[in-house]
Design a protein around this ligand. Structure first.
Ligand SMILES: Cc1ncc(C[n+]2csc(CCOP(=O)(O)OP(=O)(O)O)c2C)c(N)n1
Ligand SMILES: [Mg+2]
Length: 330
């Protein structure tokens, strides 16, 4: 299980680094958002799901889709707008979705997929199988759609897990144990779902074992008819996480950083204290569960796989002009 978790996290990280490199090279046009530093959340949450379940997401969806089993080749082709992508190049990164994997849509609009997730959860309740899981950012709580969705979830007691990924926490606040969102008057995000009688709790997004315990328990409760649940996953912004055009400060993530080497970039040094991958690797090494050479082999496979995904995507042609008129609903 440990090797599986590490593999899944490294695949996401190396995939995102390829996006940053493609963007720098002018091959990925438009803006995009990477999941670096939040990998443990998607890995852990999706490990507790079944093929009957639905996942909804936002613009920051690459990690969620990889965790649901999407092909990096078809994802990368879609992100580059190529015909070999999941939507033939029409959705790009912002609306990347794979219906056959239970991800009917992701959305670039803050809060927009939440009411749709409630609809899917209601469908699950009626057909008697499956649950819905909605990933969204902390700014989702600033949208009316969130209140509508949470209210309906609570009144109808539909099987949904709200996963609020609060990544807007500066490192210095994390050190002091404070977690606020940017503009919400309720500085404690959990006060909001609790007021609507949705049981809510927080978990450390840098702690894989805590996430596993939390997701297994909450998804179990939702699945067994307990009604909706809300979890705030507290993560710390990765320094390269510039809203629209991320960078790789200090270069690509180095495996050696998990094993004692110190990055030159001071921001990265600070952030590593809350990097879920580094913390998990150190814990596994200390417990003798996975050693450095095993991790190196996993990393090498992840790098090769993601380099292949880029080659596949770049070799895929742009959609033919006539395609612009297909799948248009008017
Ligand atoms: C309805 C709407 N308003 C504004 C925006 C512009 N916008 C894009 S991302 C974003 C902030 C999102 O923050 P958060 O939900 O915390 O997610 P994160 O990007 O931090 O993962 C905003 C305001 C938008 N996409 N949709
Ligand atoms: Mg955020």
């Amino acid at each position: 299980m440990h090797a599986k978790r590490v593999t899944a996290m490294l695949r996401m990280r190396r995939f995102e680094e390829q996006c940053v490199e493609l963007s720098k090279a002018g091959q990925l046009l438009g803006h995009y958002h990477v999941y670096i530093g939040q990998e443990a959340t998607a890995v852990s949450a999706c490990a507790a799901l079944t093929a009957d379940d639905f996942v909804f997401s936002t613009w920051r969806n690459h990690g969620h889709l990889l965790a649901k089993g999407a092909s990096p080749q078809k994802m990368m082709a879609e992100i580059l707008g190529r015909s070999g992508g999941y939507a033939g190049g029409k959705s790009g990164t912002l609306h990347l979705a794979v219906r056959e994997l239970g991800v009917p849509t992701t959305s670039a609009l803050v809060g927009a997929s939440l009411p749709l997730a409630i609809g899917s959860a209601l469908a699950c309740k009626r057909r008697g199988s499956g649950i819905a899981l909605a990933f969204f950012g902390d700014a989702g709580l600033e949208e009316g759609a969130f209140y509508e969705a949470t209210l309906l979830a609570s009144v109808w007691r539909v099987p949904i897990l709200f996963v609020c990924e609060n990544n807007s926490i500066p490192p210095e606040q994390r050190k002091r144990g404070q977690y606020t969102s940017s503009t919400l008057p309720a500085a404690r995000l959990l006060d909001v779902p609790l007021a609507l009688k949705v049981p809510a709790e927080a978990v450390d997004g840098a702690d894989m074992d805590a996430l596993d315990e939390c997701f297994n328990r909450l998804i179990g409760e939702v699945r067994s008819g307990g009604g909706p649940r809300f979890v705030e996953v507290r993560c710390t912004r990765w320094p390269g996480n510039i809203m629209t055009w991320p960078e790789l400060p200090g270069g690509a993530w180095q495996l050696a950083w998990a094993f004692g080497a110190k990055p030159e970039n001071a921001q990265i040094v600070d952030w590593l204290a809350s990097d879920p991958l580094v913390l998990y690797l150190r814990k596994l090494a200390a417990a003798g569960a996975l050693d450095r050479s095993q991790v190196e082999a996993i990393d090498q496979r992840a790098r090769t796989e993601m380099a292949d995904a880029v080659r596949f995507a770049l070799a895929s042609p742009y959609p033919a002009p006539a395609e612009a008129y297909r799948h248009v609903w008017a």
